[in-house]
Design a protein around this ligand. Sequence first.
Ligand code: SF4
Length: 212
Amino acid sequence: MTADHAGRAEALTHHYRQLIACRSCPAMQGPPVHGEVVISPVMMVGQAPGTREIQQGRPFCWTAGKTLFRWFESIGVDESTFRRRVLMSAVCRCFPGKNPKGGDRVPDRGEVERCEVWWRGELELSRPCLIIPVGKLAIAQFMPSRRLDEVVGEQWRFRVAQGLEADLIPLPHPSGASTWFKMEPGRQLLERALGLIDSHPAWHAIRAEPRA
Ligand code: SF4
């Protein structure tokens, strides 16, 4: 590990300490959830945790996570490797509560804006080459809002900071409530997106065995 890498890992630890103390959104249920301290060439950005994630303090630890990790396992990275080697972030870090019409409430604009500081901070510390936004709300943070079938299955570019860009490969949300990725054209577009991730050099680095 280089001194720069170690310094950024230390800064990320400090960032997480501040994140878990955040109580900026009165309607959100915490404590805020974060992934492991990983400075990685790959960053995944989810939407918001559910109740199980809040209870266990781990992102994607329940049913949607099972589907998501099955997708990644199909391209050579199992759940434990993913958690240790990919920076796991999200648009919002607390549980938004239930939507009376079913499913979880979508965070409102103020909550999304207040929470942006956390994923932005992680993005700037990790400086990934590949960003994987998962679900419409996450994708909308990186590109103008469009339909899933217009963005999934393609690779895009995102300007992280002055002089620093990353590739962007969006995925649909793996929620059990979603049927998009189970039917055409979603099924094929998901397969194409996973193929793009599989052939990306940053994914190869995640998949490679660590040097002894
Ligand atoms: S959703 Fe984000 S900004 Fe709002 S309280 Fe939770 S961590 Fe803080």
